[in-house]
Design a protein around this ligand. Structure first.
Ligand SMILES: *Cc1c(COP(=O)(O)O)cnc(C)c1O
Length: 431
């Protein structure tokens, strides 16, 4: 019995969501469109199975095939990123960060991360997040140009001596100097956690540098530029884990990160892994290992450059003056509108984006001075540089005419014509 026969009330909503995804330009940089193979894995029988533990060491019987699936996912991730150990069980990016901190720091110990207001993530020590409530969290910010100032960071780290330093962001359009950060945090004996949730796909394809070899622990989501299901992974180097055995007194934590991480995920924070997700992660990692994925990742970058260039040639201002990755933040100050108005106007014309703070924002976080845009999802649909140039013009026109209904109607028609050119899941229907 399919959803539509059993539950037409719900099927109607799901069909509407599918139509929305088909007919809008998805420019939220953390979103993407998974392959039909990933969708199939997600809707599969893995969801029926309990598998607390790890391959070869489970608390439930009947896991011989789930073990093979989880091992395949882990091996593919190891190969893709060039690391010794991967945990594919975290339920999502936030629980992965929680597990990463929990693996090396006790509650009350000091952690440091980039402030949410400067592009960092909630889980890097924001005051109302677990990371800011249970840990002694210090936050760093960017310089006045919106770019991280490593000399300043070094001063803060030397003074604060954190147990954990987080580096990674949800809204930072530039690359991080992981080598420099590693040197800074290791000089005070701290652990370096690199959170690559956003750029993971770009790093998997090696079109931007990775923190492998510099960071002690790497956390990532699997559903952003990596184009897998909603999920996460934690990676590190070190000898293979004996996940269910606690470390002995004389064992050095730094030499046993795989064990500490595995134990932090389970039994530390989670119960049974989501095996349908693990299966879908394996599918996505298999896709990311193919040569086509490298072409995809390079196109994300090319598209971001084309979009940024188009927006700036229309007179729009970008935070930090541009982008080195898949995302950019428009500083709306010179247009005289806030992020809320901008987000709504873009939504009205069929462009999905989200409001975001700019560095040293003078407005409030719920109606900040910026809008964040990214290219991973549109690149998956097949959009290239020429279309990015057009989209940049449409965005600029929308933001300059937020009150002009006629102009917005025209733009909406152009958006529809563009989305119709690249069908999304053409054979899928819920109603
Ligand atoms: C998205 C993101 C996360 C959290 O992922 P969720 O799956 O939403 O919990 C963590 N860190 C960074 C940098 C992110 O961008």
């Amino acid at each position: 019995m399919k959803i539509n026969q059993q539950d037409p009330e719900l099927a109607k909503f799901y069909q509407a969501e599918l139509q929305r995804q088909r007919h809008t330009l998805e420019m939220i940089p953390s979103e993407n469109f998974v392959s039909e193979a990933v969708l199939e894995a997600l809707g599969g029988v893995g969801t029926n199975k309990y598998s607390e533990g790890y391959p070869g060491a489970r608390y439930y019987g009947g896991n011989q095939y789930i073990d093979q699936i989880e091992n395949l996912a882990r091996d593919r991730a190891k190969q893709l990123f060039g690391v010794d150990h991967v945990n594919v069980q975290p339920y999502s990016g936030s629980p992965a960060n929680q597990a990463a901190i929990f693996s090396v720091a006790k509650p009350g110990e000091k952690i440091i991360g980039m402030s949410l207001l400067f592009g960092g993530h909630l889980t890097h020590g924001w005051k109302i997040n677990f990371s800011g409530v249970y840990y002694n969290a210090v936050q760093y910010q960017t310089g006045p140009d919106g770019i991280l100032n490593y000399d300043e960071l070094e001063k803060i780290v030397k003074a604060e001596k954190p147990k954990v330093l987080f580096c990674g962001a949800t809204a930072y359009p530039r690359l991080f100097d992981y080598k420099r950060i590693a040197k800074i945090v290791h000089s005070v004996g701290g652990y370096f956690i690199a959170d690559i949730a956003h750029e993971c796909g770009l790093m998997a394809a090696r079109v931007i540098p990775t923190p492998v070899g510099h960071a002690d622990i790497i956390t990532t989501t699997t559903h952003k530029s990596l184009r897998g299901p909603r999920g996460a992974m934690i990676m590190c180097n070190g000898k293979p884990a004996h996940p269910l055995k606690p470390l002995a007194e004389d064992e050095n934590p730094r030499e046993n990160l795989p064990t500490l991480i595995d134990r932090a995920v389970f039994p530390g924070l989670q119960g049974g892994p989501h095996n349908h997700t693990t299966t879908a992660i394996a599918v996505a990692l298999g896709e990311a290992l193919k040569p086509e994925f490298k072409i995809y990742a390079q196109q994300i970058l090319n598209n971001a450059h084309a979009l940024a260039g188009s927006l700036m040639s229309e007179g729009l201002v970008l935070a930090t003056g541009g982008t080195d990755n898949h995302l950019m933040i428009i500083d709306l100050t010179n247009l005289g509108i806030g992020g809320k108005v901008a987000e709504n106007a873009l939504e009205e014309v069929g462009i999905t984006a989200n409001k975001n703070t700019i560095p040293f924002d003078k407005r409030k976080p719920y109606d900040p001075s910026g809008v964040r845009l990214g290219t991973p999802a549109l690149t998956t649909r097949g959009f290239k540089e020429d279309e990015m140039k057009t989209i940049g013009q449409l965005i600029a026109k929308t933001l300059k005419n937020t009150k002009n209904e006629t102009v917005k109607e025209e733009i909406k028609k152009s958006v529809l014509a563009m989305t119709d050119k690249y069908p999304l899941y053409p054979n899928l229907r819920y109603v």
